[in-house]
Design a protein around this ligand. Structure first.
Ligand code: IMP
Ligand code: MG
Length: 188
């Protein structure tokens, strides 16, 4: 992940749209249909905070339109970076309250990059006795997967190239999460 500098002067950076609000809404409808085809009603959905909060909010409402009524709990993780590379260290900032033993868990995250965050979350759920753990990510940056991580998401919104993206819940220094589309900052 190459993070662009956050401009502190008055000029706002140029943001190019990668995925529009309409494209996202259309994709979410299909994703929910896919999920409903493979899951029963007793699904436990766990969004990984913070970046996934908008995607998860849209997706679980689409699940409702597909006759799914998941239980929802939240896991807040912090992943640490050495410069722009994932260090592999992941901390739990806020744990789920639900007992996952015997449950079908669906982890939802914004971006799968090195894979370390979701590997950690999936291992945690399995170690607590989840019956199954599936992974749904909004964006898959496949080319950036760490060599030692063999993690294949079960549901993917879009595949994304090696670009730093913002919007639709995703941030640059806690800003831009409110954008209804996914964009990237163009350095001029
Ligand atoms: P990883 O798969 O453990 O390397 O980390 C993925 C996490 O890094 C995501 O859930 C995001 O929180 C963050 N991240 C990775 N790429 C981007 C980006 O382009 N924009 C914003 N956050 C990102
Ligand atoms: Mg995240």
């Amino acid at each position: 992940m190459t993070t662009p500098p956050l401009k502190t002067n008055s000029s706002e950076p140029r943001i190019d749209v990668l995925f529009s609000a309409t494209q996202i809404a259309d994709r979410n409808k299909l994703l929910a249909t896919e999920i409903a085809a493979h899951h029963n009603k007793d699904l436990l959905v766990i969004p990984v905070l913070k970046g996934s909060f908008i995607f998860a909010a849209d997706l679980i409402r689409e699940m409702h339109h597909n006759q799914l009524s998941p239980q929802v709990d939240f896991l807040y993780l912090a992943s640490y970076y050495d410069g722009t590379k994932s260090s592999g260290k992941v901390d739990i900032l806020r744990d789920i309250e639900t007992d996952v033993s015997g449950r079908d868990v669906l982890l939802i995250d914004d971006i799968l990059e090195s894979g370390r965050t979701l590997q950690f979350a999936a291992d945690l759920m399995r170690s607590r006795g989840a019956a199954s753990v599936k992974i749904c990510v909004f964006l898959d940056k496949k080319v950036l997967r760490a060599k030692d991580i063999a993690l294949d998401p079960d549901y993917v919104g879009f595949t994304c190239s090696d670009l730093f993206v913002i919007g639709y819940g995703m941030d640059l220094a806690q800003r831009y999460r409110e954008l209804p589309f996914v964009g990237h900052i163009v350095e001029e």
